[in-house]
Design a protein around this ligand. Sequence first.
Ligand SMILES: Nc1ncnc2c1ncn2[C@@H]1O[C@H](COP(=O)(O)OP(=O)(O)OP(=O)(O)O)[C@@H](O)[C@H]1O
Ligand SMILES: [Mg+2]
Length: 250
Amino acid sequence: MSAIENAIEVKNLNKSFRKSVFEKSKHILKNVSFDIPKNKTTGFVGNNGSGKTTSIKCIFEFIFKDSGDVKFFNQEMGPAVRRRIGYLPERPYLYEFLTAEEFLKFHLSLSGIHLQGAALNALIDETLHKVGLLEAKKKALRSFSKGMLQRAGLAQALIHKPEILILDEPMSGLDPDGRLMVKDILREEKKKGITIFFSSHLLQDMEELCDHLVAIHGGEIIYNSDLKSFMSQFPSLEEAFRSKQKEVQK
Ligand SMILES: Nc1ncnc2c1ncn2[C@@H]1O[C@H](COP(=O)(O)OP(=O)(O)OP(=O)(O)O)[C@@H](O)[C@H]1O
Ligand SMILES: [Mg+2]
Protein backbone atom coordinates (compact mmCIF):
# COMPACT_ATOMS: atom_id res chain seq x y z
CA MET A 1 0.00 0.00 0.00
CA SER A 2 1.35 3.43 -0.91
CA ALA A 3 1.89 6.01 1.84
CA ILE A 4 -0.77 8.68 2.17
CA GLU A 5 0.73 11.99 1.04
CA ASN A 6 -2.20 14.19 1.94
CA ALA A 7 -3.55 14.52 5.46
CA ILE A 8 -6.75 16.13 4.12
CA GLU A 9 -8.29 16.09 0.65
CA VAL A 10 -11.16 18.44 -0.12
CA LYS A 11 -13.12 17.80 -3.32
CA ASN A 12 -15.82 19.93 -4.94
CA LEU A 13 -17.11 21.55 -1.79
CA ASN A 14 -20.22 23.68 -2.35
CA LYS A 15 -22.01 25.78 0.20
CA SER A 16 -24.81 28.31 -0.09
CA PHE A 17 -26.35 30.50 2.59
CA ARG A 18 -29.85 31.86 2.64
CA LYS A 19 -30.46 34.80 4.98
CA SER A 20 -34.23 34.21 5.15
CA VAL A 21 -36.86 32.05 3.49
CA PHE A 22 -37.81 35.04 1.31
CA GLU A 23 -34.34 35.57 -0.11
CA LYS A 24 -32.46 33.70 -2.79
CA SER A 25 -29.55 31.70 -1.44
CA LYS A 26 -26.02 32.92 -2.11
CA HIS A 27 -23.48 30.49 -3.51
CA ILE A 28 -20.43 30.98 -1.25
CA LEU A 29 -18.15 27.99 -1.92
CA LYS A 30 -17.92 27.04 -5.57
CA ASN A 31 -16.47 23.57 -6.18
CA VAL A 32 -13.71 24.18 -3.67
CA SER A 33 -11.00 21.51 -4.02
CA PHE A 34 -7.57 21.44 -2.41
CA ASP A 35 -5.08 19.25 -0.56
CA ILE A 36 -3.36 19.61 2.77
CA PRO A 37 -0.08 17.69 2.53
CA LYS A 38 0.94 15.53 5.45
CA ASN A 39 3.66 16.83 7.82
CA LYS A 40 3.70 20.21 6.08
CA THR A 41 2.43 23.67 6.90
CA THR A 42 -0.26 24.96 4.58
CA GLY A 43 -1.45 28.56 4.51
CA PHE A 44 -5.01 29.49 3.55
CA VAL A 45 -5.16 32.98 2.10
CA GLY A 46 -8.00 35.11 0.75
CA ASN A 47 -9.67 38.46 1.22
CA ASN A 48 -12.37 39.13 3.82
CA GLY A 49 -15.48 37.20 2.87
CA SER A 50 -13.72 34.98 0.30
CA GLY A 51 -14.83 31.79 2.08
CA LYS A 52 -11.94 30.67 4.31
CA THR A 53 -13.92 30.26 7.53
CA THR A 54 -16.87 28.70 5.67
CA SER A 55 -14.50 26.17 4.07
CA ILE A 56 -12.92 25.33 7.42
CA LYS A 57 -16.32 24.94 9.10
CA CYS A 58 -17.53 22.64 6.30
CA ILE A 59 -14.32 20.58 6.48
CA PHE A 60 -14.70 20.21 10.22
CA GLU A 61 -18.47 19.59 9.87
CA PHE A 62 -19.39 22.49 12.11
CA ILE A 63 -21.82 23.42 9.35
CA PHE A 64 -23.33 21.19 6.67
CA LYS A 65 -21.88 21.37 3.21
CA ASP A 66 -24.33 21.26 0.28
CA SER A 67 -22.11 18.84 -1.61
CA GLY A 68 -18.51 17.70 -1.83
CA ASP A 69 -16.22 15.22 -0.25
CA VAL A 70 -13.62 15.61 2.51
CA LYS A 71 -11.19 12.84 3.47
CA PHE A 72 -8.83 12.79 6.45
CA PHE A 73 -6.02 10.26 6.01
CA ASN A 74 -8.35 8.67 3.46
CA GLN A 75 -11.18 8.39 6.00
CA GLU A 76 -14.48 10.16 6.53
CA MET A 77 -14.88 12.59 9.44
CA GLY A 78 -16.04 10.85 12.64
CA PRO A 79 -15.20 10.85 16.37
CA ALA A 80 -11.93 8.94 15.83
CA VAL A 81 -10.77 11.38 13.15
CA ARG A 82 -11.93 14.40 15.18
CA ARG A 83 -9.65 13.36 18.06
CA ARG A 84 -6.65 13.50 15.73
CA ILE A 85 -7.33 17.15 14.94
CA GLY A 86 -6.74 20.30 16.96
CA TYR A 87 -9.07 23.09 15.86
CA LEU A 88 -8.95 26.78 16.66
CA PRO A 89 -12.15 28.44 15.41
CA GLU A 90 -12.13 32.04 14.17
CA ARG A 91 -14.30 32.96 17.15
CA PRO A 92 -13.64 30.33 19.79
CA TYR A 93 -16.50 29.69 22.17
CA LEU A 94 -14.88 29.90 25.58
CA TYR A 95 -16.80 29.04 28.75
CA GLU A 96 -16.01 32.21 30.59
CA PHE A 97 -16.92 31.01 34.08
CA LEU A 98 -14.20 28.31 33.89
CA THR A 99 -10.58 28.88 34.86
CA ALA A 100 -7.90 28.24 32.21
CA GLU A 101 -7.11 24.94 33.94
CA GLU A 102 -10.75 23.82 34.05
CA PHE A 103 -11.25 24.84 30.44
CA LEU A 104 -8.34 22.65 29.31
CA LYS A 105 -9.53 19.71 31.45
CA PHE A 106 -12.93 20.03 29.80
CA HIS A 107 -11.39 19.98 26.33
CA LEU A 108 -9.20 17.01 27.14
CA SER A 109 -12.22 14.99 28.25
CA LEU A 110 -14.04 15.99 25.03
CA SER A 111 -11.05 14.57 23.13
CA GLY A 112 -11.48 11.28 24.94
CA ILE A 113 -8.31 11.65 27.02
CA HIS A 114 -8.90 10.76 30.64
CA LEU A 115 -5.70 11.57 32.49
CA GLN A 116 -5.64 12.15 36.22
CA GLY A 117 -3.41 13.43 39.00
CA ALA A 118 0.20 14.38 38.29
CA ALA A 119 0.07 13.39 34.60
CA LEU A 120 -2.97 15.60 34.02
CA ASN A 121 -1.40 18.52 35.90
CA ALA A 122 1.87 18.18 34.01
CA LEU A 123 0.11 18.22 30.63
CA ILE A 124 -1.97 21.27 31.57
CA ASP A 125 1.07 23.15 32.86
CA GLU A 126 3.12 22.23 29.80
CA THR A 127 0.37 23.48 27.46
CA LEU A 128 -0.30 26.68 29.39
CA HIS A 129 3.42 27.37 29.51
CA LYS A 130 3.65 26.87 25.76
CA VAL A 131 1.04 29.59 25.11
CA GLY A 132 2.34 31.89 27.86
CA LEU A 133 -0.62 31.47 30.21
CA LEU A 134 0.83 29.44 33.08
CA GLU A 135 0.45 32.30 35.53
CA ALA A 136 -3.23 32.63 34.61
CA LYS A 137 -3.94 28.95 35.29
CA LYS A 138 -6.35 29.59 38.17
CA LYS A 139 -7.97 32.69 36.67
CA ALA A 140 -11.46 32.67 35.17
CA LEU A 141 -11.59 33.18 31.41
CA ARG A 142 -14.00 36.11 31.89
CA SER A 143 -11.07 38.11 33.33
CA PHE A 144 -8.87 37.42 30.27
CA SER A 145 -7.91 40.04 27.68
CA LYS A 146 -8.62 39.37 23.99
CA GLY A 147 -5.06 38.17 23.41
CA MET A 148 -5.20 35.90 26.47
CA LEU A 149 -8.45 34.36 25.17
CA GLN A 150 -6.78 33.70 21.83
CA ARG A 151 -3.93 31.96 23.67
CA ALA A 152 -6.46 29.87 25.63
CA GLY A 153 -8.11 28.92 22.34
CA LEU A 154 -4.75 27.85 20.96
CA ALA A 155 -4.04 25.83 24.14
CA GLN A 156 -7.26 23.81 23.69
CA ALA A 157 -6.28 23.08 20.08
CA LEU A 158 -2.88 21.74 21.22
CA ILE A 159 -3.59 19.99 24.52
CA HIS A 160 -4.51 16.54 23.15
CA LYS A 161 -1.40 16.48 20.94
CA PRO A 162 -3.25 16.23 17.63
CA GLU A 163 -1.71 15.05 14.34
CA ILE A 164 -3.39 17.87 12.41
CA LEU A 165 -3.83 21.48 13.50
CA ILE A 166 -6.53 23.53 11.78
CA LEU A 167 -6.26 27.13 12.91
CA ASP A 168 -8.52 29.92 11.69
CA GLU A 169 -6.47 33.10 12.12
CA PRO A 170 -4.26 31.98 15.03
CA MET A 171 -2.43 35.35 15.23
CA SER A 172 -5.62 37.40 15.47
CA GLY A 173 -5.73 39.71 18.49
CA LEU A 174 -2.14 39.00 19.50
CA ASP A 175 0.60 41.56 20.17
CA PRO A 176 4.01 41.18 18.42
CA ASP A 177 5.25 38.89 21.23
CA GLY A 178 2.13 36.78 20.91
CA ARG A 179 2.59 36.50 17.15
CA LEU A 180 6.18 35.38 17.64
CA MET A 181 4.98 32.83 20.17
CA VAL A 182 2.45 31.39 17.69
CA LYS A 183 5.11 31.23 15.00
CA ASP A 184 7.49 29.41 17.35
CA ILE A 185 4.74 26.96 18.32
CA LEU A 186 3.87 26.28 14.68
CA ARG A 187 7.55 25.71 13.81
CA GLU A 188 7.94 23.37 16.78
CA GLU A 189 4.80 21.40 15.90
CA LYS A 190 5.95 21.09 12.29
CA LYS A 191 9.31 19.72 13.45
CA LYS A 192 7.38 17.02 15.31
CA GLY A 193 5.70 16.06 12.05
CA ILE A 194 2.36 17.70 12.76
CA THR A 195 0.32 18.75 9.73
CA ILE A 196 -0.73 22.38 10.00
CA PHE A 197 -3.40 24.28 8.10
CA PHE A 198 -4.00 27.88 9.04
CA SER A 199 -5.67 30.96 7.63
CA SER A 200 -4.25 34.43 8.10
CA HIS A 201 -4.15 37.90 6.60
CA LEU A 202 -0.54 38.25 7.78
CA LEU A 203 1.15 37.21 4.58
CA GLN A 204 4.65 37.89 5.87
CA ASP A 205 4.07 35.31 8.64
CA MET A 206 2.61 32.91 6.13
CA GLU A 207 5.62 33.33 3.88
CA GLU A 208 7.93 32.47 6.79
CA LEU A 209 6.00 29.41 7.91
CA CYS A 210 4.36 27.69 4.96
CA ASP A 211 5.41 25.02 2.47
CA HIS A 212 2.08 24.82 0.69
CA LEU A 213 -0.44 27.52 -0.18
CA VAL A 214 -4.17 27.45 -0.83
CA ALA A 215 -5.58 30.74 -2.15
CA ILE A 216 -9.29 31.45 -2.42
CA HIS A 217 -11.01 34.30 -4.22
CA GLY A 218 -14.77 34.83 -4.28
CA GLY A 219 -15.38 31.26 -3.10
CA GLU A 220 -13.17 29.72 -5.79
CA ILE A 221 -9.76 28.18 -5.31
CA ILE A 222 -7.21 30.08 -7.39
CA TYR A 223 -4.07 28.27 -6.19
CA ASN A 224 -3.30 24.94 -4.51
CA SER A 225 0.37 24.01 -4.63
CA ASP A 226 3.73 24.80 -3.11
CA LEU A 227 4.41 28.30 -1.81
CA LYS A 228 7.81 28.69 -3.46
CA SER A 229 6.40 28.22 -6.98
CA PHE A 230 3.61 30.71 -6.21
CA MET A 231 6.20 33.32 -5.24
CA SER A 232 8.85 32.49 -7.81
CA GLN A 233 8.37 35.72 -9.85
CA PHE A 234 7.78 38.00 -6.84
CA PRO A 235 9.75 39.43 -3.92
CA SER A 236 6.95 38.73 -1.44
CA LEU A 237 3.84 36.63 -0.97
CA GLU A 238 1.85 39.84 -0.70
CA GLU A 239 2.84 40.87 -4.22
CA ALA A 240 2.40 37.39 -5.63
CA PHE A 241 -1.11 37.22 -4.15
CA ARG A 242 -2.08 40.67 -5.49
CA SER A 243 -0.88 39.72 -8.95
CA LYS A 244 -2.82 36.44 -8.87
CA GLN A 245 -5.98 38.27 -7.84
CA LYS A 246 -5.59 40.76 -10.70
CA GLU A 247 -5.10 37.87 -13.11
CA VAL A 248 -8.34 36.12 -12.06
CA GLN A 249 -10.33 39.39 -11.99
CA LYS A 250 -9.56 40.08 -15.67
N1 LIG B 1 -24.04 31.88 8.54
C1 LIG B 1 -23.99 32.64 7.45
N2 LIG B 1 -25.10 33.11 6.88
C2 LIG B 1 -25.07 33.86 5.75
N3 LIG B 1 -23.91 34.20 5.12
C3 LIG B 1 -22.76 33.77 5.66
C4 LIG B 1 -22.73 32.98 6.85
N4 LIG B 1 -21.43 32.70 7.15
C5 LIG B 1 -20.69 33.29 6.20
N5 LIG B 1 -21.48 33.93 5.31
C6 LIG B 1 -21.02 34.67 4.12
O1 LIG B 1 -20.12 33.84 3.42
C7 LIG B 1 -19.08 34.61 2.84
C8 LIG B 1 -17.73 34.02 3.26
O2 LIG B 1 -17.54 34.22 4.66
P1 LIG B 1 -16.31 33.63 5.45
O3 LIG B 1 -16.54 33.92 6.88
O4 LIG B 1 -16.13 32.23 5.04
O5 LIG B 1 -15.12 34.52 4.88
P2 LIG B 1 -13.59 34.56 5.31
O6 LIG B 1 -12.78 34.29 4.09
O7 LIG B 1 -13.36 33.69 6.48
O8 LIG B 1 -13.43 36.10 5.69
P3 LIG B 1 -12.52 36.80 6.86
O9 LIG B 1 -11.15 36.99 6.25
O10 LIG B 1 -13.22 38.12 7.06
O11 LIG B 1 -12.55 35.94 8.07
C9 LIG B 1 -19.31 36.05 3.29
O12 LIG B 1 -19.97 36.72 2.24
C10 LIG B 1 -20.22 35.90 4.48
O13 LIG B 1 -21.06 37.03 4.62
MG1 LIG C 1 -12.76 34.02 8.42
